[in-house]
Every structure is written in C-alpha cells, then in structure tokens.
Design a protein around this ligand. Structure first.
Ligand code: SF4
Length: 195
C-alpha cells in the first residue's frame, strides 16, 4: 500500500484544472503525459514512490472524500493481486487501442473520435465546448488528446466511486501507476542485491 506523507493538499487544484482546461481546448489533455512519465522517473531515481506519497494530484483530489468519513474497508478481492493485474491489463489494452487508433487516424483509415469515452466503450454525451480555438491540430493529434482525456476521466471516475464507497484512497491499491512503480522498485531491489 502507498505510504501517505501529506501535511497539506497543494496539488488538489491540478485535477480540477485538468478537466476544466479540456473545456477550454482539448490540447491541454496532453498534460496527462506528465502524470504518466514523472512517477516512473522518480521511482528510477529514488527507488521509492515520492509521486504517490507527495505529489500526485489525484491522491489530493481523492482525499477530499474524507468528508464522507467512510471507514469501510474495501473488500479483500479489491486489494488482491488478481484485481491489480486485471486493472493494469485493462489500462495496457486501453493504451494499445489509443496507439492503434491514433495511427489509423493519421493514415486516414478512420475518423478521429472527438468525444470523451468512459472505459474505452461508453461515450459521454457531452461536447467539450472548446472555448479557445487554439492552434490548428492535425486530426490524429485531436483524437489522441481526447483519448488522453478519456483515460484520465475513466480513472478519476473509478477513483471517485471507490472513494465514495470505501476509504478515500482505495483506488491507489489498484492504480496502474502504483502497480508498475511497485514492480520497478522490486526490480531495482533485486538488481542492487545482485551487485
Ligand atoms: S497510486 Fe495512483 S492515484 Fe494513488 S497516489 Fe499513486 S499515482 Fe496517484
């Protein structure tokens, strides 16, 4: 489980801003890439999870759900290795679809999907207004931006549902970033042990 070392929640605003900026221009959805790279750079440099313990904006956001004062423990199956693996595999499949569909859009083999989806398949029936026209992007870049927004939306909704039912950071137990960080740390520990 991730150790929490927060005295305040300064990064909370970033989660709100991220989703709001999607209404301004979908280009801002690319900020998600930082959340997909920085945690692993930190793990490789420190052998620990400073992203999870200190910097993750989503963790700050989910901590807001303390207001429900729910102390219900998540069921054992939710914290199991099998569930962790399943969630991780789902996000890998999601990434695979993102890469393949972006490639196909870039080749003109499919139309860009310019709306948000939940869990890959379910379309959210809300158009993001795009208040700022922004720079002209090729169709594949617009498609990819919506896909990043969708992946962040999906994981945030899942986190919120779990935080509402159980403890605020229940999502962290199955978060793919946590799963991969743990695997990296194990690998680092094994390599250091072999030296
Ligand atoms: S486990 Fe995921 S949601 Fe939780 S702090 Fe780490 S990166 Fe953020």
């Amino acid at each position: 489980m991730v150790k929490i070392n927060r005295k305040s929640y300064p990064f909370l605003i970033i989660t709100f801003l991220y989703f709001l900026l999607g209404f301004v221009n979908i280009l801002f959805a690319y900020l998600a890439v930082a959340c997909m790279i920085i945690p692993f750079v930190m793990v490789s440099r420190t052998g620990k999870k400073p992203w999870c313990s200190t910097y993750c904006p989503r963790a700050d956001f989910l901590s807001l759900f303390r207001i429900f004062k729910s102390s219900r423990k998540a069921p054992a199956w939710l914290n199991s290795d099998n569930t962790r693996k399943l969630v991780f595999q789902f996000f890998c499949i999601n990434l695979f679809f993102i890469v393949m569909s972006t490639f196909m859009v870039s080749r003109g083999q499919m139309e860009p999907i310019e709306y948000v989806r939940f869990l890959i398949a379910f379309t959210i029936p809300v158009d993001l207004p795009q208040i700022w026209a922004g720079p002209a992007l090729p169709p594949w870049a617009v498609h990819l931006a919506y896909r990043f927004y969708s992946i962040m939306f999906t994981s945030t909704v899942l986190g919120v549902v779990l935080a509402s039912l159980y403890k605020p950071r229940t999502w962290c137990a199955v978060c793919p970033v946590n799963t991969l960080s743990t695997a990296m740390i194990r690998q680092i520990t094994v390599s250091e042990g072999n030296e």
